[in-house]
Each structure stands twice: as structure tokens, then as C-alpha cells.
Design a protein around this ligand. Structure first.
Ligand code: ATP
Ligand code: CA
Ligand code: CA
Length: 437
């Protein structure tokens, strides 16, 4: 099997950026975690905490390899969000720190965002546009409240919002979020679905070279696919989806997708041999051929248990003492827990090996595990989209254009997903009724 992308070592252009991102996160997060917990205040949502890193370091900031500035946004809000999402603070830091090797995949896509995996594959760092950054800060209170009210939300889980700036460099904004897909399972098929058909097609001919490409709405329809959840699970899924989409509509958000990863239990894990290092890829979600990097086809290496235990100890000490451990002293290994499955206890849609197992109408378990979530949900229906809508509206069928206003976008999204969640029996009945009419 071919390893996609090129390894990024210390001489690679993105090495310094990634190093600075992780150093900043490590110092900022351990600083906040070291304090006694307290309830949030309104002011917490507007906080920006700035640190200046250099080779010398000082009492507040440890020395770093490179000069850079780091900003941590709303650190207390994200600390509380991480708790709501039940992350272990030590695990979080462990995943995002230490030595790392990068691998870069594809070239910048339409949105220009870069994606980096934590080396244990649990977290994704996504660079975002300044407009998305400003927007996330603006809606943070609504998002926080939604997560509090909806512990099983399908929306992207945001764990941190930060910025790095290198001398003479531009400002790079980024979020840390959940990787929807598990480190320990092959994902045999991936779909990025918006409920639109215009331009939502991955060229089937290209699948031969890239069998794990992210497929789109038309590929889904062509395969006459459905997700088979049985009555009860389907209701849980759709009810949560409605609530999430209502929020996105209210906040005037659009262009988001349902990301669906499918693990086929019959095929199992024949290819899961990934290198557990931090990796960067640029999938360019709007997706032309080479951008459709498949994050799941990366090789992984397994670390030793002793190394893990040592690192966990170091990190706990570091958190307790409020003194960050300088870079390089911690090992690059991942925590033990990862090697056993990835169940996230208490989360409905992660109950079956980190995902949601297919179930037939008669409640018999199916042969697939679905990994589901709503991603790319920071696009505000602003002026650009209005212009795009105007121009596209002159040519294609209006309801099929992807730049619909947020309310219509959400309705179309929900209706597409409700129909894809029909069981085979339901779909046959619906088709018969249609034919009869
Ligand atoms: P665009 O705006 O052009 O659609 P983008 O740069 O905003 O692209 P996204 O749409 O967020 O990128 O993501 C692109 C692809 O990256 C997705 O189709 C999916 O394959 C992968 N991806 C994104 N977020 C996640 C996630 N949380 N877990 C797993 N894979 C993800
Ligand atoms: Ca997208
Ligand atoms: Ca986007």
C-alpha cells in the first residue's frame, strides 16, 4: 500500500508552524488546567491570552526553539468544553505534545485550510480563515450553551481556538477538534454530504487510483446507499440532527456537511497499520481529485507501554506543578487507552467501537459501523455567499445550488439525510407509493 504524501521533517516549511502550534497549545492549556476550576463568567468568552516565545524563555513562558507569538482565545470556555466532551486533561496534552514527525498530503484546496492530525490520530488541527475565527468567537456562547444542552451533539467538537504568528509571518488561526474517525478501525468508505447535487460528484474513474477518496452526494445516490439504523437509533440520530441544524440555521451558518465514515465489519481491519505521528494533510473539502486525500490510509506504528506510562506521569506532574516541561523532554508516544477500542462512554453516537453500529428494522445488528458528524460549520452566510447565490441563481435550478440561504440550506440538508436514513424496507415502500401516485 502506498503512503500518501511526503514526510515533513525539521527542514520542511510546515515544521516550524506545527512545532509552534503544539508548543503554544501545550503551554497555554497547561496554564489554564493548572488552576482550580471555577464557573464561567460572560467575560470568559472574550478573553485573549497572549504569550511571546523565544529561545531564552522567562518565568511565565518556557524557552522554545523558535521565536513566535501565540494567542489563546477564551481558554476557560474551552476548558469547560473539553470537560463537557469528557476529555481527560492529561490525555489531551499528551496527544498534542512531544516530538513529532509530519506528513503532508495534497496541495492547498479551495478553502486553503490545512489539517494536521495529532500523532495518536484523536484530534485534528484545522487552520481557519480570519472570518471563520471571528465568527467562532462571536457564536461561542451559543455553541457552548448548545453543547451543554445537547451532550450528544453531532456538530464538530471544538477543543481550542488559537493563533500563531512567526516573525514577519502572517497570522495563522486554528482550531483543535475531534477526529470523527477512529484510529483503530479502517474506514472503508467516506462520504461528505450536503444534500446538494450540483458539483457534488467524485469522478468514479478516479476511484481506481484513490479507492478511499471522500465521495459526495451523487456518488451516494448512484450507489443507492442508505444508513440502516433501525427505528430507535434512527430516531435518536434524526432528532439530534434536527436540533443541531436548528442552531446552525439560527446562527446563519451554511455549507456544512454530514461526514459519514463506514467501517465494514466483514472486511475488518486488513489495512490498519498507521504510523502514530502528527500528520498534516490538506483535503480541500470542496474536492478535486488530488485534494481528496484519505486520512485513513496513513500507516501507523505502535508505541511501547512503558514509554506511555512515563509520559503520562510527566504530564500529570507538569499539570500539577504549573511548570510546563520543555519541548523534547516528553516522548512522542501515545497513551495506552488508545490501543484498546475507542468507545466514548456515555455518548450515544460513539457507543459501538467509537461509532454507531448498523441495525436492521428487526433490531438485528448489521455489518457496518457508521462514524457520523456535522463538519465545516463555521461558514457564515455573509456577503460573499449572497453574491455567489445571485450569480449561480441565474443559471442552475435554484434549490440544488449549494449556496442557499441558511434556512433553506438546513431544510434541504435535513430532508436529504432523513431520506438516506430510511431503511431498505421503507425506501421500497416509499418508491411503491410514489409509483402508485
Ligand atoms: P471546503 O470549505 O472547501 O469544503 P475545508 O477546508 O473547510 O473545505 P472541510 O470541509 O472542513 O474542509 O473538510 C474537508 C475534508 O476533511 C472532509 O471532507 C473530511 O474528509 C476531512 N475532515 C474534516 N473534518 C474532519 C473531522 N472532524 N474528522 C475526520 N475527517 C474530517
Ligand atoms: Ca466542506
Ligand atoms: Ca469550509
Amino acid at each position: 500500500r502506498v503512503l500518501v504524501g511526503t514526510k515533513v521533517d525539521e527542514t520542511h516549511a510546515n515544521w516550524v508552524t506545527a512545532y509552534n502550534m503544539l508548543t503554544g497549545i501545550r503551554v497555554a492549556v497547561s496554564r489554564t488546567n493548572a488552576k482550580l476550576d471555577r464557573p464561567l463568567t460572560d467575560a470568559d468568552f472574550d478573553v485573549k491570552q497572549k504569550s511571546t516565545f523565544d529561545i531564552a524563555g522567562n518565568e511565565l513562558v518556557p524557552s522554545a526553539k523558535y521565536d513566535f507569538k501565540f494567542k489563546d482565545y477564551a481558554p476557560w470556555v474551552f476548558r469547560h468544553l473539553r470537560t463537557l466532551f469528557r476529555l481527560d486533561p492529561a490525555d489531551y496534552l499528551m496527544s498534542l505534545t512531544g516530538k513529532y514527525i509530519l506528513s503532508e498530503l495534497g496541495s492547498p484546496g479551495k478553502s486553503g485550510s490545512f489539517f494536521y492530525f495529532s500523532r495518536d490520530y484523536k484530534y485534528i488541527i484545522k487552520t481557519i480563515h480570519h472570518a471563520e475565527h471571528k465568527f467562532l468567537r462571536k457564536i461561542l456562547k451559543d455553541y457552548y450553551q448548545h453543547v451543554k444542552d445537547n451532550p450528544n451533539t453531532l456538530l464538530s467538537q471544538f477543543y481550542g481556538l488559537h493563533r500563531v504568528k512567526m516573525p514577519y509571518g502572517r497570522k495563522i488561526h486554528f482550531v483543535v477538534m475531534n477526529n470523527l474517525f477512529p484510529p483503530h478501525r479502517d474506514i472503508h468508505q467516506t462520504f461528505d454530504l450536503k444534500g446538494s447535487t450540483v458539483g457534488r460528484d467524485y469522478r468514479e474513474d478516479d476511484l481506481e487510483n484513490n479507492p478511499r477518496a471522500t465521495l459526495k452526494d451523487l456518488n451516494w445516490l448512484r450507489r443507492k446507499r442508505n444508513i440502516e439504523l433501525g427505528l430507535q437509533k434512527k430516531q435518536l440520530f434524526l432528532e439530534q440532527l434536527y436540533k443541531d441544524v436548528r442552531l446552525l440555521q439560527r446562527l446563519q451558518i451554511m455549507d456544512y456537511s454530514l461526514l459519514v465514515g463506514i467501517h465494514d465489519l466483514q472486511r475488518g481491519n486488513e489495512e490498519n497499520l498507521r504510523d502514530k505521528t502528527l500528520r498534516v494533510f490538506n483535503p480541500g473539502g470542496s474536492g478535486n481529485t488530488s485534494e481528496d486525500f484519505d486520512p485513513h490510509s496513513v500507516l501507523m506504528r505502535t508505541p511501547s507501554k512503558l514509554e506511555n506510562q512515563r509520559k503520562a506521569r510527566e504530564l500529570r506532574q507538569m499539570i500539577q506543578s504549573e511548570k510546563p516541561v520543555p519541548m523534547g523532554q516528553t516522548s512522542s508516544r501515545m497513551p495506552d487507552e488508545l490501543e484498546e477500542g475507542q468507545n466514548r462512554p456515555g455518548f450515544i453516537f460513539n457507543q459501538d467501537d467509537g461509532g454507531f453500529r448498523a441495525t436492521h428494522e428487526d433490531n438485528a445488528p448489521g455489518d457496518e459501523i457508521y462514524y457520523l458528524g456535522v463538519i465545516d460549520c463555521l461558514t457564515h452566510y455573509g456577503i460573499i455567499k449572497k453574491i455567489e447565490h445571485f450569480w449561480k441563481g441565474l443559471s442552475s435550478d435554484r434549490s440544488q445550488i449549494s449556496a442557499l440561504p441558511p434556512h433553506e440550506y438546513g431544510e434541504r440538508f435535513i430532508s436529504f439525510i432523513s431520506s438516506m436514513a430510511m431503511s431498505q424496507e421503507e425506501a421500497i415502500r416509499a418508491a411503491q407509493e410514489r409509483d402508485a401516485a
